[in-house]
Design a protein around this ligand. Sequence first.
Ligand code: NAD
Length: 427
Amino acid sequence: MAVSGAPRCGSIRESTNPYENAVQQLEIVADRLGLDEGLLQVLSYPQRELTVNFPVKMDDGTTRVFKGYRVQHNCARGPAKGGIRYSPTAGLDEVRALAMWMTWKCALVSIPFGGAKGGVMCDSRALSLGELERLTRRYTTAISVVLGPNRDIPAPDAGTNPQVMGWIMDTYSMHQGFTVPAVVTGKPISIGGSEGRVEATGRGIVIAAERVAHDLGVRLQDATIAVQGLGNVGAAAASLFAQMGARVVGLCDVQGGVYNEAGVDVQAAIDRTRRGESLQDAGLGDSISSAELLELPVDILVPAATENQITQANAGRVRARAIVEGANGPTTPVADRILCERGVLLVPDILANAGGVIVSYFEWVQDLQSFFWSEVEVNDRMKRMLLQAYDAVAAMAKAEKVNLRTAAYLIGVQRVAEATKVRGIYP
Ligand code: NAD
């Protein structure tokens, strides 16, 4: 029997459901690519979804049950690859969308992976280190039936970090009876992590921003920049921007942000965020909200926090000349159209933040070969692969007269569709 409730969206409409938005983005290119209805259905649904409810012993002696997911969207081009997110709002549709975006991203940058994502509904900041470790180990055990270096390879995402990846690697390895470094990427270097992985996503964003600045006719060093989110991605990007001499005039995290026309002291801001302190009232600049940061008059805006930040409601007020998406899904499809009509240049998530998964791929390759590269090699190879994808997207956008997101989807979806078709349907 066919899957009921097919997630067809028809014409574009505003939604805060990330999966609905991901399907809308797919549908935008489906007609242009001539995908038949059957293939479109195959690509619209994740091929595997695992939901787990698992117990964790808390420090106060009680037991709490947490809900987690691992979703594999499409593995036609290789093993599933994608981050694990710890967040109070990590629901199934969010994880489905993130898995689908991973599929297109891996195809776009020509790395041999399918797309996956995982999530646990929890507030990791409210857990002690011991609780976080026990939660991670039990979640890993619960989803280990679908993991493996040739099956599905997790990585960090919002709310997780190299230590969490280290626990995942150790837990999986304990079950196997031997060490399996290639089962996860974004690990600490001491257990098979790659040089350059921690900053890779932020570094990729800066590489994309350099291209964008060129298109805007400014040098990156002379550009003004605002970054929303100061976590794994935003902090690395902001600090690389500052190191290159660009003027980061706006920064914020979930507690709010600051604006300073002369440039915010990026390192001081990151230090405060890491200590859990507010950026506001610390002498870094004028206090602004996260929503106000999105409307600052800057050359380049980098939303690097979470989904649905630029929507139908505020897209008309965005004053940035260009947007480089650090987060996954920060712009809804309706906002995308508004920005496009207003001439705002937008580098889409599946291209702009692909530096992370490219270096995760390098980490997997290094682990499988037990042969490790220098940081310079890692950074150089990543830059080459990212710029190759950027050039292909820019050329497609020009040839098809579409924006960069649609161009990126035309390439990514086409590659996955081709692989899915050529493999055929078994049995
Ligand atoms: P993180 O948890 O390390 O950091 C998130 C940051 O965003 C924090 O500073 C938090 O305070 C801030 N934030 C959250 N909600 C906010 C809001 N409403 N307004 C302002 N700030 C807010 O997460 P991360 O790993 O940096 O991931 C951020 C985004 O980048 C996510 O969309 C993730 O999927 C995407 N991404 C991450 C990676 C990676 O390698 N970690 C790779 C590609 C894409």
